[in-house]
Each structure stands twice: as C-alpha cells, then as structure tokens.
Design a protein around this ligand. Structure first.
Ligand SMILES: Cc1cc2nc3c(=O)[nH]c(=O)nc-3n(C[C@H](O)[C@H](O)[C@H](O)COP(=O)(O)OP(=O)(O)OC[C@H]3O[C@@H](n4cnc5c(N)ncnc54)[C@H](O)[C@@H]3O)c2cc1C
Ligand code: SF4
Ligand code: SF4
Length: 1019
C-alpha cells in the first residue's frame, strides 16, 4: 500500500493559503480545474470549488481542518456515479459526507468532498410489515423517524445528533444511540447496502446467501482473511458492544456480545458499516426497523458520589433497562445555569447530587414498566441509597430531561476562552464492572496534566463521554498525546475498546494498530486493497492513518505548525470583549473581559465558539436557521457563516476577506433573526456578527442608495407622511413598482407599507399621557416607546396600546424629540451604519435614563426595536446608561404578563369571536417573549391561543422587500407559517412584528393583529 495505481493524497493542490498569501501555484491545480470543469459539464450537481466553499467543507465537529480539492453536491445517483468516474480518471481522491458532524475528522481531507445531504434524501421504501426501510444516504434520522411514526415504527439507533445525522453517515461511523443496550449499533440494524466501488461498479451487499459475482468473491476473501487471523482476532478483538474501530473483519464470527444479525447469519453489508467511507460510496441502505415502544418510564437516581454512580451501573443493567445515561456534577451545574434547562433538571434532582443516572424502561405495558421502576427503587435501597430515585412517569417530563441530556455536550462546549473540551478519548468503552475504577483512574490522569473532564452518556454499555479541557493553540497537542497514551493503558488494563462510538477518523486511526496489533492492521489494509485497490475513497482513514497530533491537520494549529492559526488584528465596531477571555481548565474560571489576547478584541473568539457540531442544521422546533431550512446550503447556515468568518479573520481567505464579496454573499441570506443567539449551544450570535461585518464592508465600499433609504427611514418618515399621496404613488401607479425594482432593488412583487397622514404623533390623544414628573411619581407608570413603524404605518396599534394601559390605570409618558421622534437605531444597525445608529440610540437613552433610573418600565410594541435596547445597545460603547435602560425595557406583552402576575393588570375583556393563532416574531422568541404573549392572550375569557411552530416568517425587516430575496423570503414563509394560516381561515391571527404582519398580508391575504389592538378591541 499504496499500489502503483494508487491515488496519492494531493497535498500540493490543497488550496489553503498560509496566512493571507495568494493562491499557491502548483501544476496539479490544473487537475482541480479539469475536475471542476468536467463535473460541471457532465453532471447536474453543484460544483463548489471556490475558496469559501472549500473552507466551509474543511472542517467537521473535530479539531481538524484540511481544505478539500473541491466540493460536489450531487442531485442524483447518476451524478455520484459520474463523479466517481471522473475522480478516478483524474486520480483525485473522493470523500463522502453527510451532515459532517463526525467528531474525529472523518469528513475532512484533501479530496473531492461529495455532500449527499442536500439532494440524496429520498426514503425509497418503507415495508411496515417486514419492518424494513430503504433510504438514500442523505436521509436524516429524524426525517425517517417522522415518516415511520404514523406506522408505529422507528429506526432505533437514536444518536444525539438525530436532527442532523444522515443514515449514510451513521452507517459510515457505525453510530450508536442512548438505547444501544436494547437495539445495538448501526451494524446491528443495517440489512443491506448498495454501493459504488471505485471502478464505478454498483454492488449489492447483504446476507451471504444472496450474494453473487464480485460481492460473493469479496465475502470469500473476507472469510479466508478472518480464518487466517482467527488467533489474532481472538487475542486482540475487544468484545465490547461499543467497539467501532477498524473494519468488521469478524462478520463471520462476531466478537461483539451481541450478534450482528438477528438470525445470527452473515451479512456482507456489515463489513461496510463503520468503514468511514473508505471502501465504497453508499447509494442506498436497507434498515431494520423496530416497533415504537408504547410506553416509557424514567427513574432518575441521585448519587452522593460519582464513584457510587459508576459502581451501580453494573447492577442496574440487570433489571433490563432500555437506557442508563450519566449526567455528572459539572453537567448538572451547567444545565442549572441555562434558563431553558433549569426547571427540567431541577425537577429531577434531590438536593445536590454528585451525579445522576437516567434509567429508562420501555415496552408495551405501562404496568410492567412501573413494576420495573419499583424494582429499581428497591435495588437502590439494597445498594444503600434509599429514597434516591425521582420517578418520571409522564412522557413530556421524560422527553424534556432527555433533551437536557442530549444537549449535554453542546452545553459543555459553551465554555468561553481558548481552553475547550477536546474530543479524542471521549468514547473508550470498558466492561461495566471496571467502570468506577476506570473513570477514577482517568480523572487522576487528567489532574496530572493540569486539566479535568466532564463525564456523561452511556453508562449502560460502559461508554462514557469525557473531554478534557485543552488549549490546542498552545500546549494542547502535547497534553492530548500524553493523556491518550495513559488512557490507552487503562483501556488495555480493563480489556476495553479505545474507539467505542464516534469512529476512528484522523484522531484514532493510529490507535487501530495499538488496539488490534500488526497482523490485524495489515488484514485491514488487505480489505482496503480488495475493495478499493486504487485508494480512491477517503485515503488515510483506518488504513495508513496520520498521527492524531499531526500539526498540519489542526484547525487551531499552534506556533511551529506548518500553518499556525493566527488572527489578523482588527478594531471591531461592537464590543466583543466578553468573549476576549481565557479560562482555567480546573476551576473553569473566566478571566476579565478583554484579557484574552485576541487581536480582534473578542470578535474572533466569539466566531471561534462554533465547534461545527451542526446543531444549526435542524428542521424541528425553534427558529435557527431559516436560510438553511430553505436552501439546505452549507453556505447559508450558521455553521457555514461562522466558518467563513473564522477563515476571513485568520487570513485564510486572502487579504481583506472581511470586507470581500465572499463573506458578504455568505451573510446575504442571514435574516438576522437571532435564532442562533438563543438556539446555538455555544451562543453564536450571527445577527450581531453580520452588523460587525456590514459596518466594515460599508466603511470600505460605501452604502447603496437602497441601504440609505431604508436606514434613514426614521429620519424622513414624519416629513413623508405629510405628503402620503405622493409617497404612496409606487403602490398605485402601474409600472412604478417595476421601476423601483430596477432602480433600487425593491421587489415589484411586494406591496410597500402604506404611508398615512394619521401618524401616531399627529393623532394620539394627549390626555392619555402625562408629564415625566407625573410618571416618576406615580405608583403605576410606564413610558410608551413608539417606534417608527407603529408610529407611521400602523398608528392604530400605538393608540390601542395607550388605551389598554391607561384603562388599566397606568400613568403613561411619551418621550418626544424636537422636530422628530426618537429612534432605536435598528434600521441603521441592519445596514451596518454604526455611527448613525449609535447617535440615535444615545439620544434615546438620554431621554429614557431618568425614568429608567427611577424604575419606570419602558414599554415597546415592535420586538425588533424595543429589544435593540436589551441587545445591541449593550455592545455599542454606550456605557452604564445602556445597561440601566435595558434593565427596564420590556415588550408590551412582557410588561402586561409581569403586571398580571403581580395582580396589577386584570383587564375586563370580552371573549374573542374566533380561535387565536399566534406567530412569534423571531426576536421575541430569541428573548423568550413568546411565552408572555400567550400568557396575556389567555387573559381573554375562553381563549386558548395556539403558537404556530414557525421559524422566521421570511420578511425580517427589509429583507423580504429586496428583489434578490423575494423568493427565499416566500419560501421561508411557506415552510410553516402560511400553510398553518391557510389551514385555519377562521382564526384571529396575532403577530407583534410589523414585518411579520406584512408577510402575512402578502402571503396569506390575512390581516394579523398586534396584541395591543386585539386587547383594545375586546375591552
Ligand atoms: C454534539 C454531537 C453529538 C453526537 N452524538 C452522537 C451519538 O449519540 N452517537 C453517535 O454514534 N455519534 C454521535 N455523534 C457523532 C456523529 O454525529 C455521528 O457519527 C453521526 O452519525 C454522523 O452523521 P453525519 O451525517 O454527520 O455523517 P458524516 O460526519 O458526514 O460522515 C460520517 C462518515 O460516514 C461516511 N459517509 C457519509 N456518507 C457516506 C456515503 N454515502 N457512502 C460512504 N460513506 C459515507 C463519511 O465519509 C464519514 O466517514 C455526535 C456528534 C456531535 C457533534
Ligand atoms: S453555529 Fe452553533 S449550532 Fe451551528 S455548528 Fe456552530 S456551534 Fe453548532
Ligand atoms: S441570525 Fe437567523 S438566519 Fe442568521 S445565521 Fe442566525 S439563525 Fe441563521
């Protein structure tokens, strides 16, 4: 290996530019060009060979970064087949990829990366009777399970990344879920695989009896090889269920405690499971389905010590649970500090345990499961821990706790500073009887190296995840090797498996020889030669792997590496100093803001928080990430944006990339919904990052007329409303909209907001408002902050809000401004005009400060505007006044909900004439203000308001008005919002966002109401 024909790793054409240098010139770039050209000419797929795309595919959820030759996103099976032929003819290696959530670097390499996740996601067949499903490799686990649920079935390899992980990737890694003690790993649940070999031939891998031709000869080859190595296998092969390293050479005589096939037969597809894309390219997989358990119960055992929890696991599994999952003290604390998880975890705790085990029993008969729960309680009493079990019988409570457990790793990764929990020995599997000793010994190893790890996950099968905190930019690589070597000794001592869940990749490939010995390592090489003799697929994985600490492969390479990671100096316009910190691995204490040594003053460190876990590729609940949901492009995804930013900030996309077109286009479809701010586990706040980038971009390139028109709207709104007849001409005169599109870029499909002369400022009832002094002295007082949009386009809302508050007895005050109205600066921020935004905000804060200091609530109607006071205003160098105002700034619904709880708001309302549907504004959701909205609506007699599960409505301020965005904007609306509205034509629709109401009017022809208007109407 490699043979004369073999394809070599084309390192020289790796187009990663060391620190901003120009594209390296190499004769073999010609090959890359030919490859791209042929892919474009001969396939229908997307061919992405630009520096940004390659950079986005250079990483996965590991510590590695290798720039691919190019990226290919096939639209069909034919495209893949064609790409294999072209790559082979040009001798360019090929690397299959699903969601890219691998933790060991399986999906990064200097190859042609083929991403199946965008188009190859067809569920080919579900045979409910035979309990099988056949899928394309890009189908996501949750997608399959959603289709299976109505049939009472599921695919039970329930990985934590179920919302992102593709079945092709899961098979590639031999993935395992929390319930593997009952259902096994992927290898136990794959029935067949059809795949292309490197010569382009398509083979069907399945049960031995059905094989013919080349597949049959591969089977004979493997059988002979295994027979020749019988003694080696028996001496070196771990018997753990969770062994995923190397190839499954043991298919003829499985060493796993669980047979690979339910009928104990040999299935050649099992050789491919766990092969990490190194043997062939999966076209389709046939999977074994399971019946969805009708009932589940959960016992949460609270342990006074971690050791006691580890020791108990071996006894607990004798009761036949479907899962036993660990959450340790650090993870408990981190979950308690997360407002979203706190109530859930609190409900599972008895006092302050050192660790908890989640023990689940599942089956068809609840009574039997409850009896099991009782047995668990008894067992814990026998083990000296009476009264330690919290019993969760209700499904919703169980689900909430599983969500906390599933989010465990992500919660842990939110640690700020350069020290991060690093994945490299995170899934060693040891026999249960040694779990307590093993974890204690490994904890000592960590301590010797000046670090610590957080433990969690699969206690049932002896695979505990642990990631010591290491600083990979400094001494992390040295410590990583030392810790890995000591951990390996422990694994050997306890006869475990070094690679027990996440695969080998770049990280654990070198440990295959350690685990299996030289003869079996050579046997694996023989398998590779037999199936992929030209070394086309994913070279240097499993066979001939690099060292785990090869400095040339690291994302944050330390000084001394071929391309050390170096951030370019930058003076950011926003204050990112909260990210510019360092941490202590033992105490996890964070140094003061601004002390982390970031040449970009925290902006780079904020961006680097993205660890590529791929959580933003989700399609389920929540908002993140609407542009990905409609495009399925890695570029239009929070992760893709964060990666592009990181590359730009570290000079890897060439000089001035921060203000270049690549980055600008990568951010183009980010609607600044702030979904990631709340939902990204590491707190990536792309909306804020976009403001930063747009400010630098504007400083270099200037702003367009359209940018200026939108940004300055608050300045000219009052004047234009005086001549609304003229201002509304574009809406009425045929052809003007088209002209607007041609000249300014506003979509001709849109109805622009209608200017009206009855603005709030001209028509409000002055009797409803009092002086500042009166507000300062009143027992019940509020400032009504009337934003530009509600003041000028929907003044009814602002007038209604004033009446509702006045009726409830509040002394209301309006802040006014000579010759105009105060503004929060939102429109300027959206364009990146920081100086203008800051001056408007500063004036607004000055006006509000005396009231805020006296504790008077500042109540706003438009989420995008009011919440600016609680978000961007705090990072614009506006000092303490920004903090004081932020502390009092509340949305109308937040204020009313708070007052209602305190017994100060109890309106007498009529019943609504129809059911109420609610669409939450993205910023409202990002700040947890959708719940108060529902609370207030429930004050309406008989009302049971229903929140539509939507991402962004797609309008997002001015985003949807832009002709370039119109289509994407409507696609976003069609994801959930518009279909939900069409399904309930009779419902009253409540939407507090101006742009949401406009989108609803445009897309569904319905008039949505602000909460204030509905309450006023029902008063
Ligand atoms: C936060 C977090 C939690 C995780 N939790 C779990 C867990 O609970 N259990 C678990 O087992 N893993 C877990 N993982 C690891 C990872 O999510 C899983 O391995 C997942 O199954 C990978 O799916 P993917 O689509 O991202 O595959 P990718 O990472 O894209 O690919 C995985 C492997 O499959 C190969 N491959 C992909 N498609 C094909 C194809 N068509 N033909 C041939 N080879 C192909 C790739 O080359 C690669 O080697 C976790 C990762 C993260 C970041
Ligand atoms: S942006 Fe957030 S959710 Fe997305 S991959 Fe990065 S860390 Fe994960
Ligand atoms: S702000 Fe919204 S659109 Fe932009 S990256 Fe975050 S989730 Fe995606």
């Amino acid at each position: 290996m490699p043979s004369a024909l073999a394809i070599e790793w084309p390192v020289a054409i790796i187009p990663d530019q060391p620190q901003g240098s120009a594209q390296p010139i190499d004769v073999r770039t010609e090959t890359a060009r030919t490859l791209a050209g042929r892919l474009r000419a001969e396939t229908q797929g997307e061919v992405l060979f630009d520096a940004g795309s390659r950079g986005r595919y250079a990483t996965d959820a590991s510590i590695y970064q290798v720039t691919p030759v190019g990226v290919f996103v096939p639209r069909s099976a034919r495209d893949v087949r064609c790409a294999i032929d072209i790559a082979r003819e040009l001798a360019v290696p090929l690397l299959p990829r699903g969601a890219g959530t691998s933790q060991c670097g399986q999906t990064v390499g200097a190859a042609l990366v083929i991403d199946t996740s965008k188009y190859l996601r067809r569920i080919v067949e579900i045979d409910a009777e035979a309990r099988t499903a056949t899928v394309e490799p890009g189908v996501v686990l949750d997608q399959l399970n959603a289709a299976l649920k109505p049939r009472g079935l599921w695919f039970p390899v329930d990985v934590s990344t179920s919302a992102q992980a593709t079945l092709g990737g899961m098979a590639g890694n031999n993935s395992c879920g929390s319930r593997s003690i009952v259902y096994g790993n992927m290898v136990h649940n794959v029935l067949g695989i059809t795949a292309w070999m490197s010569d382009g031939e398509e083979l069907a891998f399945g049960p031995l009896a059905g094989l013919s031709g080349r597949a049959a000869s591969i089977a004979s080859f493997v059988r002979d090889l295994a027979q020749r190595h019988r003694d080696e296998i028996s001496a070196h092969w771990p018997r753990e269920l969770r062994r995923v390293a190397g190839y499954n050479l043991d298919i003829f005589d499985p060493r796993s405690v669980r047979p690979y096939s339910a009928d104990h037969g040999v299935n050649l597809a099992h050789l491919l499971v766990g092969s990490e894309g190194t043997l062939c390219f999966t076209r389709q997989l046939t999977l074994r389905l399971a019946e969805l358990p009708r009932a589940r119960v959960l016992g949460v055992i609270n342990f006074p010590s971690f050791h006691a929890a580890m020791d108990a696991a071996q006894h607990i599994v004798t009761l036949g649970p479907s899962a036993v999952e660990l959450v340790d003290r650090i993870m408990i604390e981190l979950s308690l500090s997360n407002p979203e998880f706190r109530p859930t975890i609190e409900a599972a705790l008895l006092g302050r345990p050192d660790a908890i085990l989640l023990v689940e029993f599942s089956g068809d008969d609840k009574a039997t499961l409850l009896a099991k729960l009782k047995q668990l309680v008894t067992l814990m009493g026998d083990l000296g821990l009476p009264g330690s079990v919290v019993e969760l019988q209700e499904e919703r409570a169980q689900r909430a706790l599983w969500e906390v457990r599933k989010a465990g790793l992500n919660v842990m990764m939110s640690l700020k500073g350069d020290g991060k929990p690093v994945s490299f020995i995170e899934d060693c599997a040891v026999p249960l009887e040694h779990l307590a000793e093993y974890t204690a010994a490994l904890t000592e190893v960590f301590a010797r190296h000046g670090t610590q790890g957080t433990w969690y996950a699969h206690a049932s099968v002896g695979t505990l995840h642990v990631r010591p905190i290491l600083d990979m930019r400094r001494d992390g690589t040295k410590k990583m090797r030392a810790i890995a070597e000591e951990a390996a000794e422990l694994v050997r001592k306890y006869r475990g498996a070094f690679s027990g869940e996440h695969g080998d990749g770049l990280c654990r490939g070198e440990w295959i020889a350690w685990q299996f010995g030289p003869a079996l390592t050579e046997a694996f090489a023989a398998i590779k030669r037999e199936l992929d003799p030209i070394n086309l697929f994913s070279p240097q994985r499993i066979v001939d792997p690099p060292r785990m600490d090869d400095l040339s492969l690291l994302r944050f390479a330390p000084p001394g590496a071929p391309h050390p990671y170096r951030v370019q100096p930058l003076e950011p316009v926003l204050d990112w100093s909260a990210w510019d910190v360092s941490n202590d691995p033992i105490s996890q204490r964070i140094s003061p803001p601004g002390s982390g040594g970031d040449p970009a003053h925290g902006f780079a460190k904020a961006v680097e928080m993205c660890n590529n876990n791929g959580h933003c590729r989700k399609f389920d609940a929540g908002t993140m990430c609407p542009s990905y949901r409609v495009t399925r492009d890695e570029r239009h995804l929070t992760r893709g944006r964060a990666n592009t930013l990181r590359l730009a900030l570290s000079g890897m996309l060439g000089p001035d990339a921060l203000t270049g077109q690549e980055l600008r286009e990568t951010l183009e479809l980010c609607v600044s919904c702030k979904g990631c701010r709340r939902e990204c586990p590491t707190g990536i706040d792309m909306a804020k990052m976009k403001i930063e980038v747009l400010a630098h971009y504007g400083a270099r390139h200037g702003f367009t007329l359209k940018d200026r028109l939108i940004a300055h709207l608050p300045d000219y709104a009052r004047a234009l409303s005086r001549v609304c007849f003229l201002a509304n001409l574009p809406a009425r005169v045929p052809g003007l909209r088209q002209l607007g599109q041609r000249l300014l870029g506003f979509s001709a499909h849109r109805t622009l907001p209608r200017w009206r002369s009855d603005t709030f400022w001209r028509t409000h009832d002055a009797n409803l408002f009092s002086s500042r002094e009166a507000a300062l002295q009143a027992d019940k007082a509020a400032v009504l902050f009337v934003d530009t949009f509600n003041a000028n386009f929907e003044s009814d809302n602002a007038r209604a809000a004033a009446r509702v508050l006045k009726r409830a007895g509040y002394t209301l005050h309006l802040i006014e401004k000579q010759g105009g109205a105060h503004c929060c600066g939102r429109t300027f921020l959206a364009a990146g005009m920081l100086a203008q935004a800051k001056s408007r905000l500063s004036a607004l804060l000055d006006a509000l400060l005396p009231l805020a200091q006296a504790g008077v609530a500042i109540v706003g109607l438009e989420p995008a505007c009011l919440l600016t006071l609680r978000d961007e205003a705090l990072v614009m160098g506006l000092g303490v006044k920004a903090q004081m105002v932020a502390a009092q700034a509340l949305l109308f619904e937040e204020f009313l909900a708070r007052e209602a709880k305190a017994g100060r708001f109890a309106p007498s309302l009529k019943a609504a004439e129809a059911p109420i549907l609610v669409h939450g504004h993205c910023h409202q959701k990002a700040f947890g203000a959708a719940a108060p909205l529902l609370e207030v609506l429930r004050l309406i007699p008989g009302a049971t308001p229903q929140l539509i599960e939507t991402s962004c409505c797609g309008m997002a301020g001015s985003f949807g008005y832009d002709a370039r965005h119109y289509q994407v904007s409507m696609q976003m609306a069609e994801l959930a919002l518009l279909p939900a509205l069409r399904a309930r034509p009779e419902a009253i629709v409540v939407a507090d966002g101006t742009s949401c109401r406009q989108q609803i009017a445009d897309g569904a022809g319905r008039r949505a109401l602000h909460l204030a208007t509905l309450l006023d109407r029902l008063s």
